[in-house]
Design a protein around this ligand. Structure first.
Ligand SMILES: Cc1cc2nc3c(=O)[nH]c(=O)nc-3n(C[C@H](O)[C@H](O)[C@H](O)COP(=O)(O)OP(=O)(O)OC[C@H]3O[C@@H](n4cnc5c(N)ncnc54)[C@H](O)[C@@H]3O)c2cc1C
Length: 429
């Protein structure tokens, strides 16, 4: 008997022992009873990658169903350039069709509204149920609106936007900038870490300033940071701001927002004086996507999900794996698209091993790079490699493995464009 036949037999034996046969006729979706099935919730950076790599690493032997409400993937990375008028929505939108055509991932465009871990099913907003042997949840982030008084109402009326999930709001913020007269003030308010994409707000301020410098040179860009200092690539950002924008950009640390007034576009702080702006971009305090809160698995401060870093299984719910921004991160691990893509690959390998009855890799590694534009062509990066340490059961950054750019450069600008195209191809084709 060859190795593959043996593996398949072991898989089948395991599935029967585990009661993992299909439930045809019980009102659940699914395919052949002989295949293990993984359901993935969320078609962002983490969810698309894990879907593809489970299919690839299992030689197509494991069924994967990806559930995502949006019809096409829209990327947060590069979306700051859309806000600044340097790219279009088309440039950051990629269809999901490649996952189906090339890897036979079943894609269901719907929202998951509930998970039943006892019956191992997920319920969809459309009313049907999907059964799983293993569930991967990659819902990204949601917002803790109540942390800033008045923000939800100001947001819902369109007065104060966050644009921290790429989509319609990305263009709405762009339109606010276009409508602002020359001489106006744009302000961005940044929450205390942890939040999605540590350098993202500083990149946004930089590229908005680049737009203002060209189109509205008497205007001002205020950065109101809830943190004591810039949370990523601080020295590089500060140098770029001084060299490229001079007094147009003003950075104010220790500005923790506590309330807003949408009508007057005013933000109030815990300690500092109020600030009024013509365009006010307030990033709300963030937590894991609503679904995992509702599932009761946000066991890190009620905000993020603790996972077993060998396979990203929730420490609160068996056979449910959480990846991407929704997890409680390990030391030095950013909430980034690149990192979600890395989580996904470790998880895919672990799930395929578990479902095939093979040992799980005891020494996984993760990589990350975050590239930030400081104008339309110059970029700075931060990179790191993370290794699992069994004695401490967590990931740690390998000393000297990464670092930051020596200086901004247009060569890195070309690398950043290539990074985006490569990671989208890795996730979606
Ligand atoms: C302005 C900006 C710039 C950024 N720049 C970079 C960068 O340069 N490099 C980088 O690496 N990262 C960057 N990031 C961070 C990156 O976007 C996130 O870290 C990444 O998207 C996290 O991936 P994820 O899979 O956890 O979540 P997401 O990519 O947000 O995907 C979550 C998906 O889950 C779906 N979903 C949620 N709930 C449900 C449900 N109940 N049922 C079904 N589907 C559901 C959502 O529709 C969404 O498609 C940036 C972020 C922002 C905002």
């Amino acid at each position: 008997m060859d190795k593959h036949t043996m593996q398949r037999r072991r898989l089948l034996a395991g599935m029967v022992a585990g009661g993992a046969l299909g439930l045809a006729g019980c009102g659940t979706m699914g395919s052949s009873a002989a295949k293990a099935r993984v359901v993935v919730v969320g078609g962002g950076y983490g969810g698309t990658t894990v879907s593809k790599y489970i299919r690839v690493l299992s030689d197509g032997e494991i069924d994967v169903t990806l559930i995502e409400p949006n019809r096409a993937f829209v990327s947060c990375p590069i979306s700051n350039l859309v806000i600044a008028g340097m790219k279009t929505m088309d440039d950051i939108t990629v269809p999901y069709a490649g996952l189906t055509a090339n890897h036979k991932v079943n894609i269901v465009h719907d929202m998951v509204t509930a998970v039943d871990p006892a019956r191992k099913t997920v319920r969809l907003a459309g009313g049907s149920e999907v059964r799983y042997d293993k569930l991967v949840v990659a819902p990204g982030i949601d917002f803790m609106w109540d942390r800033i008084e008045g923000l939800k109402a100001a947001h819902d009326s369109g007065q104060i936007l966050h644009a921290w999930k790429a989509g319609g709001e990305t263009m709405a913020l762009r339109r606010q900038l276009e409508a602002m007269p020359d001489g106006g003030t744009v302000a961005i308010s940044i929450p205390e870490a942890p939040y999605r994409c540590p350098p993202g707000p500083y990149e946004r301020a930089s590229v908005i300033a680049a737009y203002l410098k060209k189109a509205k040179p008497r205007s001002k860009m205020l950065i109101l940071d809830g943190n004591p200092d810039i949370t990523s690539k601080g020295a590089l950002f500060k140098t770029a701001w001084k060299d490229l924008y001079g007094p147009m950009i003003e950075y104010r640390p220790q500005h923790k927002a506590v309330a807003v007034d949408g009508r007057t576009r005013t933000v109030k702080f815990e300690v500092q004086d109020d600030v009024k702006a013509d365009v006010l971009n307030v990033l709300p305090v963030m937590r894991a996507g609503a679904l995992v809160t509702q599932m009761g698995i946000t066991n890190a401060n009620g905000r993020w999900c603790h996972v077993n870093f060998l396979n990203f299984e929730s420490t609160a719910m068996k056979d449910v794996h959480v990846i991407g921004d929704a997890i409680q991160v390990a030391q030095g691990m950013p909430k980034s698209g690149h990192m979600a893509n890395s989580h996904a690959k470790v998880t895919a390998a672990a799930l395929v091993a578990e479902l095939k009855g093979l040992p799980v890799n005891p020494h996984p590694m993760l990589t990350n790079v975050c590239m930030s534009f400081v104008d339309d062509i110059h970029v700075i990066h931060v990179a790191s490699v993370h290794e699992y340490e069994s004695t401490r059961a967590s990931f740690f950054t390998i000393g000297g493995s990464g670092g930051v750019s020596d200086a901004r450069s247009d060569l890195e600008g070309r690398y950043a464009e290539a990074w985006a195209k490569n990671i989208w191809a890795d996730m979606l084709t």
